[in-house]
Design a protein around this ligand. Sequence first.
Ligand SMILES: [Zn+2]
Length: 460
Amino acid sequence: MKRSKDTFKLNYQYRIVPDNQQTYQLNEWLCKLCWIHNLMLEERFNWWECNRHPVNTCPIFITHLPELKDQPTYYSQKRAAHWSREAYKHLYEGVHSQVIQEAIKRVEDTFNRFIKGDLNGKRSGKPRFKSVRRYRTFSIPQLKPDCLAVTPNPHRRQNGDTRRDIAYINLPKVGQVKLIYHRPIPEGFTIKAALVSHRADGWYICLTLEDKSVPSLKLPKIEATQENSVGLDVGLEKFWTASDGEIEPIQQHYRRSESKLAKLANRKDSKPHKSASRRKLAKKISKHHQRLQRKRKQFHYESATKLVSRNEKVFFVEDIKPGNLSRKSKPKQDESGKYIPNGQSAKSGLNKSINDAGWGQFLSILTYKAAKAGKSVVKVKPHNTSQVCSCCNRLVKKDLSIRIHECLCGLILDRDWNAAINIKRVGLGIFPTIKRPKRSPERSRRATTKEAYTVIFDSV
Ligand SMILES: [Zn+2]
């Protein structure tokens, strides 16, 4: 399917309530698509293993190079002649053909990200074979424009419209599925595609709506000045601190219900395998996680709205990678090979808090909301922003436990506030460049780390 990129698209999510027969059918589809996913992935891994050899470990002239196989592609894999033999008939029977093709496309995308990397050359991890429990989404690339039928509710009260309209969506090969029409589709938009997913509390459909008359959203280019910009420092003590001193308190949703979740997990583990009680408790736990995830997302939306409604037009944020921050510590060994403490127990507590804050999700929501309001979010490098004094550019070294920035010039400020001001200065290009000089052999190691930083004033 050709995906046009120059029209305005929106995603609207609705809950769907399939009847028993439809639920059975949707579950069966997911199960079959999961098998197809694993089958296609296996084929690609076989090609990958057969067609490469580590030349650095073995000279190429003694390496036996077998006949090279053709790389499986999306087109070769989706071709019916390629795999639809009698043996696989049970896999594709009853499933819509385009849904299968989309599942194969998904395998190609993940595999290409693994071997080639995305547009920026960033490679992701090895794709994994999925169990039926982990495969919970399929996409329908084409839907008829009139697939959604909405009829006004006959029992609606005259004053105070409390009852929703009744809506049914026509899914190919499944039929009319009841849809909870909690908000109307905006005028001028047509339904193009859908993503059906099975979650802890039921089934959901995410409709892609398109309006051909509106061009796609382009990020505006705004010249940042001292007045129209604001720097933001995200942290674990406060969710964010703005460069003018405004703060957003942090909400630790996971941390607050951690003990409750642990108790539930213990109870679940005490039940025998495959028992009904164990299954019920597992469902309870996943619903709890879903609730936490929704609370966190709502908080992110509210916080982003609060920022976007400010007068400033440019937001400077740290270019952080939460995935890297919450990485596990490397194991440490002494001379005899015995493992010694590496600080992981303290780090795992920090990791939980980092994941609970969810900065990655917040920053993407903020970018989207700002673009919608004609504002922009700029990511800047956060190096040394918490160490340099925002008043006199002096380097004041402090570790994470010191929360107050105290400088010889007399400036006493909250650590995060100082960092936020510095982030704004990085964005505006008035932050000094800090260079670490090359270590000379005469100087001791300790002396270089403590004193040898120099502050070079660039454009102050
Ligand atoms: Zn100072």
